[in-house]
Design a protein around this ligand. Structure first.
Ligand SMILES: [Fe+2]
Ligand SMILES: [Fe+2]
Length: 283
């Protein structure tokens, strides 16, 4: 009989995410099984493309707490979109620095395979934060001033998590952090980008960042390459990466609960204060 690959990881100290080659995954609360299952012992076997993808996607689903709409959710009003762009700026402006810092650590501990992956990914992400600045500028907003004085709720916690994962003694978790965002971006369709563009004043080309971070850009290829790379890593690395994916998803879910409580008027106020001037959107 042909052997099938099963992968698992325990998050929150007690829930096992179990996946197999078909890409399916399950969640088991180990408290209900009193050590009668093998999943409380860390996995040690090899990964496969399907089971690793299942593990990482399971970590996203569990971290989001069943609210998968967060993954594709795009702003439904212009002020929300502006705040999202500011958040995207902060998040993407850390990628290159954090990846290169983690790469230096992996060089120092003789893991050239991970170091070169991170260096390549840092090159691919180089300058992406400028797309968000250009979008803000296309809306006639003072982009540099906005990002200098506004860090949206939820985004600060994400940036701290990314920095912490990237600066640890064994910073493989930073790959899990990026997996969450690459995977969400790859799910975004042309209709999602068009819906954002429709929120903007006519003629303002303000969706460059989203176009590059959607299925219209190179994210679908990035995610395939990322899964291939992670699947080939030792089990202990895949465990750390899946845990980081889970933590990132849980942090995103917490931030999005915050966001959904604000009215458009409150968001415009926040933008106006950060801009330090009256706002005259592009028309
Ligand atoms: Fe990017
Ligand atoms: Fe990417």
């Amino acid at each position: 009989m042909q052997e099938t690959t099963v992968e698992w990881v325990v998050v929150s100290g007690k829930v096992a995410i179990i996946s197999r080659e078909s890409g399916e995954c399950w969640f088991l609360d180990l408290d209900n099984y009193e050590n009668s299952l093998p999943f409380s012992t860390p996995m040690t076997g090899k990964g496969s493309h399907g089971s690793t993808a299942g593990l990482l996607n399971g970590a996203i689903a569990l971290g989001l707490g069943g609210d998968a709409s967060v993954l594709q959710s795009c702003a439904t009003s212009l002020p929300e979109y502006v705040i999202d762009l500011v958040g995207s700026y902060h998040n993407s402006s850390r990628t290159v620095g954090n990846y290169l810092k983690a790469a230096r650590r992996f060089v120092a501990i003789d893991r050239a395979d991970i170091a070169s992956y991170l260096e390549r990914h840092a090159r691919e992400e180089n300058g992406h934060e400028r797309l968000a600045l250009r979008d803000l500028g296309a809306l006639n907003l003072p982009a540099e001033r906005l990002v200098a004085s506004l860090v949206p709720e939820g985004v600060a916690a994400l940036c701290e998590l990314f920095d912490r994962l990237s600066a640890s003694g064994y910073p493989v978790g930073c790959i899990g952090y990026s997996y969450f965002f690459e995977s969400s971006a790859a799910k975004r369709q042309k209709a999602d980008v068009d819906a954002l563009q429709a929120l903007c004043p006519t003629g303002a080309d303000a969706t460059r960042f989203m176009r590059a971070h959607s299925s219209l850009g190179s994210e679908v290829d990035h995610i395939k390459e990322m899964i291939r790379f992670i699947a080939g890593l030792p089990a202990s690395d895949r465990i750390e990466i899946a845990k980081a994916v889970y933590e990132t998803a849980a942090t995103v879910a917490k931030g999005s609960r915050h966001k959904s409580r604000k009215s458009d008027a409150a968001m415009w106020d926040q933008i106006r204060v950060a801009a330090g001037e009256e706002i005259n959107l592009a028309v």
